[in-house]
Design a protein around this ligand. Sequence first.
Ligand code: NAP
Length: 309
Amino acid sequence: MENRMYDVLVVGGGPGGYTAALYCARSGMSVAVLEKLAAGGQMATTGEIDNYPGFEAGVDGFELGQKMQQQAQRFGVETHLADVTAAHLTQFPKRLETSAGAFLGRAVILATGASARELGVAHEAELRGRGVTYCATCDGMMYRGKEVAVVGGGNSAVADALVLAKFCKKVTLIHRRDELRASKVYMEALKNSGIEIRWNSVVKELLFDQRLTGVRLTDVKTGRESDLSCEGLFVAVGRVPDTALFQGQVEMDNAGYLTADETTRTNLPGVYAVGDVRQKPLRQIVTATADGAVASHFIEEYLMEVEGQ
Ligand code: NAP
């Protein structure tokens, strides 16, 4: 088990990671994908994906993740269900310590993506799954006919509120400012949606019995507090990149996204950043898959250089 050596180790089995793995394997490299949960990453939690080309009727995110894994596997990519606990990226070969032992790689692709940002209020973790959720597409239907609230003012929050308004009894959007940052198309859709907006409001407390029963809001302008009853609270306040493991080795921006340009090369030779974890203007499945293909191209060049030395 100890010291398994590959040309390329991919950390994270989302669309960026598996595309990189597929391209590298098709170029003749030995590749292992290290994934802690299941293929697909964030994408696997999305019910219907309509903006990934080639699926005229949309595609289930979990299913698409499985297909990406199987396609890569056809070209020899191994998937190891392993949680990476430490990364030694400045050495050659690079070494990853995981829950399934150590792996060595001549090159490493970091494709760990991003997770939902939490509100940071008391009892949030214990109410997760008992009224507090971070994914309207995944959990929305459980709140059919109920009163719910969505927190956030970006595209995700407005998109979530619009989805929920189709089948929930009442939807309230809670935003900390008096202006949304969502796209025009969403703003237009909001107009006749029946969604109520609580401007300049933040969630101060979660109210609960066994499950969430409501939220206590503070108006940030007046300081006034008010209670809003809701059985579901959908938190959509952005995402946080999963980069804590690489801190101190790989350069990142203030928000923790890995700094790499369109080549996906990071500051460390042989280390590439692919998908949502990379600093970029648009985080989508197509932009993640594109990164994967680009990374493979530059890794091929890098390995030729290393072998020539
Ligand atoms: P986002 O654009 O970063 O918006 C996060 C929102 O949450 C902002 O309104 C922010 O408020 C608010 N917020 C942040 N921290 C908060 C806190 N602690 N408490 C309360 N509110 C907080 O994130 P996103 O909506 O998840 O979108 C991420 C990216 O995906 C964006 O580039 C977005 O355009 C894209 N996206 C696109 C689509 C689409 O086009 N179909 C759909 C979803 C997402 P402030 O406004 O005051 O900063």
